[in-house]
Design a protein around this ligand. Structure first.
Ligand code: ADP
Ligand code: MG
Length: 680
């Protein structure tokens, strides 16, 4: 068991309104009754009046008050979609966009994709008829490319603004500008109860509309001592809550798919072993790549007598509200991108969440009744180790993507772009340098023809460059597959606990000399040859869902090839060409083997091949990696063996022959005198 101590209480409102209807029967009774029970409903008229009177309105309201699902509907009912105009509502997360759109379609009694739809990268569920468009913030950003003044939109609602994702932050600057020359455009910025004053200031002191929350008090408990293994601690605590606490569902916050799947498996395993000694516990995961039928399950009411435990990523912090949660279990971590502008290295890291985050999480327990939040860390750690708020993404990510997009929109002076919080100067500079090295910008920082094509593809500049380069190396068929597989990476192979040996053998059978990109290509090719069979996936320990997604992504990318003037061609088994095309995009991500292990070529950072890689034992001299993931070490994930001479071939302006010489091959002559550069 884990010992918790009760420390503080998150205050509720003095007189919480009645909880919303909960039982299945009540829910069925009338969807309208549910809509009318939401905190935003009593403010409908007032809110519509405020929107009519102001061009920009900041809307602040507790999570679950109905901002996302109700406000676009109010606008629809009020006639904002007449004359073919549309309403956009942005979400930082794909799952949220899908799930919320599905909910709203149901409330309006229409088929998803008709009047209400969603649009996320590689998945467009909208049609000519769609007037309420839920979309990721990244997708709205891309809309600017085809419609720079957003002329077909009457309202843009930037939702979950407090998340401060990179794309949301960029949208702020662009929308503020559009609003100046489109006075009839309505801009709504919706946020949980955080940061609203800042948004107001940014939008020239736009008024803030507050929707009073409905919140019950939440008791907060901390562990007595720090927990070494938070995953194990989570599982133990869930069972502890299940056995000792009265009815009410549990929400657990973990950091990503792998962790969530592991926790769910452990929980199911232990429940099975306890058998009828405990009440039924429904274990439900929710994360970004979860298929939509599984996503919908978290919203189904818990059957009487049972208890539901939802194991979620940050998505459940503010984007989704699950009814019936009384207990929150918070290990205090989240997965965050971090970026070092000095070295240009980006990595995903599990880091402690902020206090603001921890409090949002705790708040999820107090929506339907008084709740409890169990934090798997000590009160001291909360006080002394957690940051107040999360640093906005724009300050901890690479900006290549966004800079390319802004350049395509004709915004040249990035240093003076209207940022809510500016990115570090070095990061901007490095993005420009990187785009120059990729051939997307010329030496004046202007977009090149190749840069314009790169911006057309909805993927990272390096991946775009790789796709463009496949024209030169006549291998676009293979490169499309690699690109599609990389975009669903890490969820290709299935490794059930009870069949680890079989699963690992199956994986090794796909290995090809050259590296992981070719392994991915091999898996896809064999799957295609099987007729895209699910049985084949099952037999080979490959995740069918991921493959299906890869196929979708591949089809979409293929559809864009013509626009970027790349013809379909195959390398006919000459994988050197495929590897060169990949190198043409990823020459920034290279490492070489030195006496003390792998070092990145330019920055001389120590890095390691991920143990899952097909090259883990090969240890080639030169390689490139798709991404770096920091866990216990800086691991390179998806690595490909290359030859140093290719780097000169694909990026002569970036690499000098000298820095690619092998220090072990021949002893460097002792330096005599100064070099030309040093003499100036
Ligand atoms: P907010 O945006 O203010 O956080 P939402 O509009 O997302 O609030 O949620 C309003 C209500 O709709 C919540 O009570 C939530 O439980 C419910 N809801 C949202 N999505 C779904 C769904 N897919 N299924 C069932 N209920 C949902
Ligand atoms: Mg919302």
């Amino acid at each position: 068991t884990i010992e918790f101590v009760r420390a503080t209480q998150l205050q509720g409102d003095e007189e919480p309104l009645a909880p919303p209807p909960q039982t299945q029967a009540q829910q069925k009774e009338s969807i309208q009754a549910v809509r009318q029970s939401l905190p935003v409903f009593p403010f409908r008229e007032e809110l519509l009046a405020a929107i009519a009177n102001h061009q920009v309105l900041i809307i602040e309201g507790e999570t679950g008050s109905g901002k996302t699902t109700q406000i676009p509907q109010y606008l629809f009912e009020e006639g904002y979609t007449q004359k073919g105009m549309k309403i956009a509502c942005t979400q930082p997360r794909r799952v949220a966009a899908m799930s919320v759109a599905a909910r709203v379609a149901r409330e309006m009694g229409v088929k998803l994709g008709n009047e209400v739809g969603y649009s996320i990268r590689f998945e467009d569920c909208t049609s000519e008829r769609t007037v309420l468009r839920y979309m990721t913030d990244g997708m709205l950003l891309r809309e600017f490319l085809s419609e720079p003044d957003l002329a077909s939109y009457s309202v843009v609602m930037v939702d979950e603004a407090h998340e401060r994702t990179l794309h949301t932050d960029i949208l702020f600057g662009l929308i503020k500008d559009v609003a100046r020359f489109r006075p009839e455009l309505k801009v709504l910025v919706a946020s949980a109860t955080l940061d609203t004053a800042r948004f107001s200031t940014f939008f020239d002191d736009a008024p803030v509309f507050r929707i009073p929350g409905r919140r019950f008090p939440v008791d907060i408990f901390y562990t007595k001592a720090p927990e070494a293994d938070y995953l194990e601690a989570c599982v133990v605590s869930v069972l502890q809550i299940h056995v000792t606490q009265p009815t009410g569902d549990i929400l657990v916050f973990l950091t990503g798919q792998e962790e969530i799947e592991a926790a769910c498996e452990m929980l199911q395993d232990r429940c099975r072993r306890l058998g009828s000694k405990i009440r039924e516990l429904l274990v439900l995961p929710i994360y970004a790549n979860l298929p939509s039928d599984m996503q919908a399950r978290i919203f189904q009411p818990t059957p009487p007598g049972a208890r539901k435990v939802v194991v979620a990523t940050n998505i459940a912090e503010t984007s989704l509200t699950i009814e019936g949660i009384i207990y929150v279990l918070d290990p205090g971590f989240c997965k965050q991108k971090s970026y070092n502008p000095r070295t240009g290295m980006e990595s995903l890291t599990v880091t402690p969440c902020s206090k603001a985050s921890a409090n949002q999480r705790a708040g999820r327990a107090g929506r339907v009744a008084a709740g409890k939040c169990f934090r798997l860390y000590t009160a001291w750690a909360y006080q002394h180790e957690l940051e107040e708020t999360t640093v906005p993404e724009i300050q901890r990510t690479s900006l290549g993507n966004v800079v390319l997009l802004l350049k395509s929109l004709g915004i040249h002076d990035l240093m003076h772009f209207d940022f809510l919080d500016p990115p570090p100067y070095e990061t901007l500079l490095l993005a420009l340098e990187q785009l120059y090295a990729l051939g997307a910008l010329n030496h004046l920082g202007e977009l090149t023809t190749s840069g314009r094509k790169m911006a057309e593809l909805p993927v990272d500049p390096m991946l775009s460059k790789m796709i463009l380069a496949s024209e030169k190396y006549s291998c676009s068929e293979e490169i499309l597959t690699v690109a599609a597989m990389l975009s669903v990476n890490n969820s290709i192979f299935y490794r059930p606990k009870d069949k680890v040996v079989h699963a690992d053998n199956a994986r090794v059978n796909f290995f090809l000399p050259g590296g992981d990109h070719l392994v991915l290509l091999n898996v896809y090719t064999q799957w295609a040859e099987s007729g895209y069979s699910s049985q084949w996936c099952y037999e080979n320990f490959v995740q069918f869902r991921s493959m299906r997604r890869a196929r979708d992504v591949r089809e979409q990318l293929e559809g864009l090839l013509e626009r970027v003037e790349v013809g379909l061609s195959s390398c006919q088994g000459d994988y050197i060409r495929v590897r060169k095309a990949i190198t043409a995009g990823y020459f920034y991500h290279t490492a070489r083997l030195t006496r003390s292990g792998y070092r990145t070529v330019k920055q001389q950072q120590t890095v390691f091949i991920h143990p899952n890689s097909s090259l883990f034992e090969e240890q080639p001299r030169w390689l490139l990696y798709h991404e770096l993931v920091l866990t216990t070490k800086e691991f390179m994930r998806q690595v490909l063996e290359i030859e140093s001479s290719w780097l000169l071939e694909v990026a002569p302006h970036y690499y000098k022959a000298k820095e690619l010489e092998d220090p072990h091959a021949k002893k460097m002559p002792k330096k005599i005198g100064k070099t030309r550069e040093e003499l100036g």
